[in-house]
Design a protein around this ligand. Structure first.
Ligand SMILES: [Zn+2]
Length: 174
């Protein structure tokens, strides 16, 4: 692997490149993540030799970009909805163990709080998580889960709840 890296200069430059759609710096993501989540036709133009970034801007349609302008993948290129890019309640928030904004909200309405962080932490130990291949961000979801629990808690008595409540909060902190 090291040997091939030396021969291939595509990614050897200090990787400072920005989302071509919004200018976000993005977060590093391993090739395994887009490779697992891109849909069939998009996967065909995915070049795993390149370095990819995940665009974190909630309002930007780009999900993955590389240091090549021709290699950008948008929301439509993925098989799943991306937590930070969607405000609706049916969007997954923990991809490994199947929690959504709605399921956590339901739990909070019923029990006055959520044990999701505790439950997910326990499941990460056993049976273990697979965020690299399930979460479009390619990393642990706990920060997003925790952010959503705090946000949902502020909506307090929970009524009325509809999707438009969340549109004004699309600041990436879900
Ligand atoms: Zn972007």
């Amino acid at each position: 692997m090291e040997y091939r890296k030396n021969l291939d200069n595509k990614d050897s430059a200090p990787a400072e490149f920005l989302c071509p759609k919004c200018g976000n710096k993005g977060a590093k993501v391993g090739a395994i993540t887009p490779k697992s989540l891109l849909n069939g036709s998009s996967l065909q133009r995915f070049d795993e030799e390149r370095a990819y970034r995940f665009c974190k801007s909630p309002k930007c349609s780009a999900v993955y970009f590389s240091n090549s302008a021709s290699s950008v993948f948008t929301k439509d290129d993925l098989r799943v909805k991306v937590t930070v890019k969607e405000s609706s309640l049916d969007v997954p928030i923990c991809y490994c163990f199947g929690y959504s904004r709605q399921s956590i909200l339901d739990e909070m309405k019923k029990n006055g709080g959520s044990k999701a962080v505790k439950e997910i932490s326990a499941k990460m130990k056993d049976p273990g998580c697979f965020c690299e291949t399930s979460n479009p961000e390619g990393r642990c979801c706990l920060k997003n889960v925790d952010g959503w629990i705090k946000k949902a808690g502020k909506i307090a008595d929970f009524e009325p709840v509809n999707d438009s409540v969340f549109d004004s909060h699309s600041d990436g902190t879900f």
